[in-house]
Design a protein. Structure first.
Length: 179
């Protein structure tokens, strides 16, 4: 492995170790969890505003806008697509989601947990054939599947994990080295 690749792998593993770590607020890390209900009517806006409030005075620049957009897409997906696992759904009940923020000097992790064990459909690589990109873009980008594609472009990584008791969390990571 060349040095550059080795450094990249070491960085990714370091990020992964921090993401896995249990919340332990120290001088260098802060955590926030926000519970929302999909039926509340303004879940995406509350999540976006929470990003701004959480990062205010700590992180500035494009990453704040990118993180606001990403959390909006992930929360909107719970509102639009999540169907709670049968043992957790109640007739007329509200669908719960938990938005988790983990902030370290080098990374911001955002996770959105819902009650639906169905995985999100994450785009694999480039969905667009390069020859078709250009004036035709609007016509060839599929109507659905844009949100996670945009999130992948904004964030350093997007992935999901299954929750032990059912449901899942869709995660994204922003690298803050430039801040
Ligand atoms: N939280 C979720 N729960 C269940 N399915 C999801 C969730 N998020 C995404 N999906 C699935 O992944 C697909 C792609 O999501 P996305 O890229 O945001 O596109 P869109 O929301 O426009 O359909 C969705 O159409 C849906 O089938
Ligand atoms: Mg979407």
């Amino acid at each position: 492995m060349d040095t550059e690749k080795a450094a990249y792998v070491a960085e990714e593993l370091d990020a992964y170790a921090h993401w896995l770590a249990a919340p332990n607020p120290s001088a260098n890390a802060s955590f926030l969890a926000l519970t929302l209900f999909a039926e509340c009517g303004n879940a995406a806006r509350i999540a976006r505003d929470t990003v701004s409030a959480f990062l205010r005075g700590v992180i500035t620049g494009d990453v704040v806008y990118d993180a606001r957009l990403a959390v909006s897409e992930l929360v909107a997906n719970v509102v639009n697509h999540s169907v709670p696992d049968s043992h957790r759904s109640r007739p007329g009940g509200s669908r719960r989601m938990d938005v988790t923020f983990k902030l370290f000097p080098k990374w911001l992790f955002i996770g959105v947990t819902d009650e639906d064990s169905t995985p999100p459909l994450l785009p694999m690589g480039d969905a667009l054939c390069p020859e078709l990109v250009g004036e035709l873009t609007e016509a060839v980008v599929p109507d659905s599947g844009r949100g996670l594609m945009i999130t992948q472009r904004m964030a350093a990584a997007v992935w999901w994990t299954a929750e032990e008791s059912g449901g899942k969390t869709v995660w994204c990571r922003f690298d803050l080295d430039d801040n």
